[in-house]
Design a protein around this ligand. Structure first.
Ligand SMILES: Cc1cc2nc3c(=O)[nH]c(=O)nc-3n(C[C@H](O)[C@H](O)[C@H](O)COP(=O)(O)OP(=O)(O)OC[C@H]3O[C@@H](n4cnc5c(N)ncnc54)[C@H](O)[C@@H]3O)c2cc1C
Length: 387
């Protein structure tokens, strides 16, 4: 199994922290209040090369592994920021890197690495089918040298801040395939060409600061070369990227968890009620200690997932369990932090309520907790499939 160089990882932590120091709590609070996009932060992270960490060196990236990428996102969240504004670029690039043609990779990856193009969006979820992805209704029909797309997607994030989107659509109807996972394909959609020419974007006001949208496709025509990999194998390609995605989300949750625990501990030491710091009361300190233990335990599973992934092993079980444990631990830490702050936990200027909302998302997206439990029950414990 791979042995990580702790000093090299610490150097990444220091570098990301240094960059994040220029984007303090007031910056993120302002972005959240305005429901804005942290453009300056994303540009700085891109220009410093952090978002191209996993792009191979031959395409202008740093060629680093999942462990290093996970440390970058963890530190953003630990510093009070929100990696949800950038993480898509890291996952989506995988799908292109692993399944794209040599021409597609040569054309897009160096530009993504240089920050000239953003691949921040992936369109999978649909309003009427939800988690049951094989039933998606968006279709792509080949007509000569084009595909014609019709259908609808929901919750598709960062469209307004991306140049490209990976889109999953059915190319063979469900009733004409042997396996329900067959017959879906992925496409690299040029958003500048698509919007207004068959694709409409409808933003969804939502609880977390996540620029996310409904998409409508009405005879959107895209070039046949936009197909990534083989027609009909798109579902497998999407699944392939999920272990990396889940591990990265786990690291973000670890970053959140540590932010909440630091914040709660500081407040518990400083806030005096009944003539002594509230942190002297076990009713305050035990929940913080418990949250700390749970975040640290989740972190061990995150490192197992990184090690397996970076060693080329199947990281499916560890990645799913890491995501489950970390999302739960960060949410529990959020709750404890809010409770420790009493009424001030609800005041926007303390940032607890913002981070509380942000970390809650990860028990639902990009995969909900129940679906991870189903995976573990079915694939690890050999229990009967429940759906
Ligand atoms: C802010 C935000 C950003 C997002 N960004 C993107 C994006 O960029 N691209 C994208 O494609 N999607 C995105 N999503 C969608 C996200 O991946 C889905 O919301 C998530 O996968 C759950 O799907 P659903 O909302 O359709 O829930 P549903 O599938 O309707 O499920 C609802 C609830 O029922 C549970 N459930 C369903 N079936 C079962 C079962 N068989 N057993 C037990 N429980 C079950 C689920 O766990 C869930 O809790 C985003 C969502 C949000 C909220």
């Amino acid at each position: 199994m791979i042995q990580y160089d702790k000093e090299a990882l610490d150097a990444i932590r220091d570098g990301v922290r240094g960059l994040c120091a220029g984007f303090d709590d007031a910056y993120w609070r302002g972005v959240d209040e305005r429901q804005d996009f942290p453009e300056e932060f994303v540009t700085a992270l891109t220009q410093a090369g952090w978002l191209a960490a996993m792009i191979p060196e031959e395409y202008g990236g740093s060629g680093l592994g999942l462990a290093e990428a996970s440390v970058i996102l963890e530190e953003v969240n630990r510093c009070g920021g929100n990696s949800g504004t950038v993480h898509g670029q890291m996952y989506n690039m995988f799908t292109l890197l692993r399944n794209g043609s040599a021409e597609q990779k040569d054309h897009y990856l160096p530009r993504i690495a240089r920050g000239e193009l953003r691949l921040q969006s992936m369109g999978v979820t649909e309003p009427t089918t939800g988690t049951d992805t094989t039933k998606i209704k968006t279709t792509a029909v080949r007509k000569g040298d084009r595909y014609v797309i019709n259908g609808q997607k929901v919750w598709i994030s960062r469209i307004q801040h991306s140049d490209l989107m990976i889109l999953l659509a059915r190319t063979t109807p469900l009733d004409q395939v042997k396996k329900k996972t067959d017959g879906m394909s992925i496409f690299l959609v040029d958003l500048h060409q698509a919007i207004g020419n068959g694709m409409t974007v409808q933003p969804i006001a939502n609880m977390v600061h996540h620029v996310t949208n409904e998409l409508f496709f009405d005879n959107l025509e895209i070039p046949a070369e936009a197909l990534i990999g083989e027609e009909g194998k798109g579902f497998r390609y999407i699944l392939d990227g999920l272990n990396a995605e889940r591990t990265l989300i786990a690291a973000e949750c670890i970053g959140d968890g540590r932010w909440f625990i630091d914040k709660a501990s500081r407040y518990a030491r400083d806030r005096e009620v009944f003539g002594r710091p509230i942190g002297k009361n076990q009713g305050i300190q035990f929940p913080i200690a418990e949250a700390h233990i749970e975040v640290e335990a989740a972190d061990l599973m995150r490192w197992r997932a990184c090690e397996q992934y970076d060693s080329g092993l199947n990281a499916g079980a560890a990645a799913n369990m890491a995501k489950y444990l970390a999302a739960k631990a960060s949410w529990e830490a959020a709750n404890v932090c809010l409770q420790t702050h009493g009424g001030f936990g609800f005041a926007c200027e303390y940032d607890v309520e913002r981070k509380f909302r942000e970390t809650r998302l990860y028990q639902v997206a990009p995969i909900s907790t129940n679906l991870i439990l189903s995976y573990v029950a079915e694939h690890l414990l050999e229990l009967p499939r429940s759906f």
